[in-house]
Design a protein around this ligand. Structure first.
Ligand SMILES: [Zn+2]
Length: 351
């Protein structure tokens, strides 16, 4: 259920993204642990990683994060995070930090990391062999190595984007719902901002923050960016040019209306809306983001409605207004192939 954002395709990439992008957030350990696994798997020949080998990079990432943002967990005190703070303050040595990490830092994250919505993820990235005296760590699977070789840079950037969004959402109180939750987009600069108007901060690039939710594929043609090497670019579904035409519909320069596309689709579409047959994709993508407990969730719900029905209505109304102002629409490649299979043969018969 939880990985259906991949449109039914279960691959190591889609499952990894589900763990990082869709899991619950009560602490940011999983981001540090995931990034450490990706980095070490790309460097090592051996499938065994001991806790001793994992500790330096894992604790380094969390120490850096604490310097960036003091809040890295929603619960009260953590002895492990306290050790990281002591190291940052120069009170303990690196050796002592690593020792504390080995003893305290992996207690929950090793078993929690592979869990998705209460069950075990459909692909296994490592076996937990901490109790095995010959290993005292984890044994990486072939899927983990394949992932680390193929997509490391993308996944690193997506992990960092999600991490920054989560910690900034906590520090600005966005997820508490007590202040007006504002996630903004500066599509000229390609950045997301988060916080109330008074405490607005640039968080992260739009591309890595969205890429995982599209499984690294163009919104319009479904090509993997990795393969075609063109893009991704940030795309306004209902075109930005509406703003120059006395538009009084909803803000089109906002998260609900932004997707990632390849360059050919982006330039072919230009200042037009996509064919209406494509629009359910956008509704679904926004529902996926909301269901993922993404920090954008509250912003999206404020912008577009709190139930799936309201959100669909919102998009339909915006689409009608947009296509009244700009009647010519663009047919995305995915829609073209659907239309082709529906129509082909209807006129020529099946003789
Ligand atoms: Zn495309």
């Amino acid at each position: 259920m939880i990985v259906d954002f991949t449109r039914g395709i279960v691959t190591p990439e889609s499952v990894w993204r589900a763990i990082i992008l869709y899991g619950a957030n009560s602490a940011t350990y999983k981001f540090a642990f995931g990034q450490t696994l990706l980095e070490l798997a790309a460097q090592t020949q051996s499938s065994t990683l001991t806790l001793e080998q994992l500790a330096p990079r894992y604790s380094e990432l969390l120490c850096q994060a604490l310097l960036r943002e003091p809040r890295q967990a929603t619960a009260g005190r953590s002895k492990f995070l306290d050790a990281c703070r002591s190291y940052n303050d120069g009170e303990i040595s690196q050796q002592e930090l690593w020792e504390a990490t080995r003893k305290l830092g992996f207690v929950n994250v090793v078993e929690a990391f592979p869990r998705l919505g209460g069950t075990h993820a459909p692909i296994i990235f490592y076996e937990d062999r901490r109790q095995d005296r010959a290993v005292q760590g984890v044994v990486l699977t072939d899927e983990m190595f394949a992932l680390a070789m193929a997509l490391r840079t993308d996944l690193d950037a997506e992990t960092a984007a999600r991490w920054h969004l989560v910690e900034t959402a906590w520090s600005t109180g966005v997820t508490s719902g007590l202040i007006s939750p504002v996630v903004g987009v500066d599509s000229d600069l390609g950045i997301l901002t988060i916080g109330s108007d008074a405490r607005r901060r640039a968080v992260t690039g739009v591309v890595p923050a969205f890429n995982g939710y599209q499984d690294g594929r163009c919104a319009y043609c479904g090509e993997a960016f990795e393969q075609c090497g063109l893009g991704p670019v940030v795309e306004h579904v209902l075109p930005f040019v509406l703003k120059k035409r006395g538009w009084n519909g909803p803000d089109v320069d906002a998260v609900w209306n932004l997707v990632l596309a390849c360059e050919p689709c982006n330039s072919s579409k230009s200042g037009r809306a996509p064919h209406e047959l494509w629009m359910p994709w956008l509704v679904q993508r926004n529902n996926d983001l909301i269901r993922s407990h993404h920090p954008l969730r509250e912003t999206l719900m404020l912008q577009t409605g709190s139930t799936p029905g309201e959100r669909e209505r919102f998009v339909i109304d915006a689409y009608r207004a947009a296509t009244e102002a700009l009647p010519s629409v663009w047919i995305p490649p995915q829609v073209l192939s659907t239309l082709t299979t529906t129509i082909l043969g209807r006129y020529r018969g099946r003789a």
